[in-house]
Ligand binder design. Structure first.
Ligand code: ADP
Ligand code: MG
Length: 235
């Protein structure tokens, strides 16, 4: 089991963002967390990645618990946060070397950096400042930094939001390739995204899981569209 979530609840003040969520994600799955804005997607990801604690419940990642072994959890995870925060004044290679340093990659630092530059298609952009890159290339830098330490689990929060149609296709391909030997949990509010990328789809609304199945099953019995339209209609 890569990610095991049990009875997870998060309350911010008066706002319940997650309501007793339990689910398990197996090694090697590419799972889509689909839900409208405010559903609780980012909250779930921030808890899994040890950025915020839950109000109740727990999570383990590759057998490590977020409370007892948070450093090990973070080592196992590559995380692309929502809105992809980057240092815009740093050059692409400089930034990736910096992140590799944070992960204590030692002798492998340079090799991993060059490998990620190639894998994410950043070779031509590598001598530019991040602030000079298009949104699509910035997303590639975000994915490269998430994968630089070769983590078992990738957590990608709305990785394609704001991309133009060409960039969208390229970044989805990159995620599918990257996901071949990893467990991937990505969030999106776009139904077509889970259809294009994810083996399994978890639909979340108001902090509750309302569907969880193989994406092709959900498409075949039309429940993906029916459920998603129903929860987005009232927004
Ligand atoms: P999503 O990523 O699906 O759009 P979020 O997890 O960001 O949803 O938010 C879920 C709910 O929790 C929303 O109603 C949001 O306004 C609320 N929320 C998120 N973060 C905070 C916070 N730090 N303080 C108060 N409410 C928050
Ligand atoms: Mg979000």
């Amino acid at each position: 089991m890569s990610i095991s979530i049990s009875n997870l609840t998060k309350i911010y003040g008066q706002q319940k963002a997650l309501d007793n969520v339990s689910l398990e994600i197996n090694k090697g799955e590419i799972v889509g967390l689909l839900g409208p804005n405010g559903a609780g997607k980012s909250t779930m990801m921030k808890i899994i990645t040890c950025f915020i604690p839950p109000t109740e419940g727990s999570v383990s990642v590759c057998g490590y618990n977020i409370f007892d072994d948070s450093i090990e959890v973070r080592k196992k995870i590559g995380y692309l946060p929502e809105h992809n925060p980057l240092y815009l004044d740093m050059y692409v290679r400089e930034f990736l070397l910096f992140i590799a340093g944070i992960h204590n990659l030692g002798k492998e630092k340079k090799e991993r950096t060059e490998y990620m530059i190639e894998l994410t298609g950043l070779t031509k952009e590598v001598n530019k400042k991040i602030g000079a890159l298009s949104k699509g290339y910035r997303q590639r830098v975000g994915i490269a930094q998430a994968m630089i330490h070769d983590p078992e689990v990738l957590i990608l929060d709305e990785p394609t939001s704001g991309l133009d149609p060409n960039q969208l296709i390229e970044v989805r391909e990159l995620i599918k390739n990257a996901g071949k030997d990893k467990t991937v949990l990505l969030s999106t509010h776009i139904m077509q995204e889970v259809e294009a990328v994810c083996d399994r789809t978890i639909i979340i609304n108001n902090g509750l899981v309302v569907a969880d199945d193989n994406t092709q099953h959900l498409i075949a019995d039309q429940s993906l569209e029916t459920i998603f339209r129903k929860i987005t209609k009232n927004l």
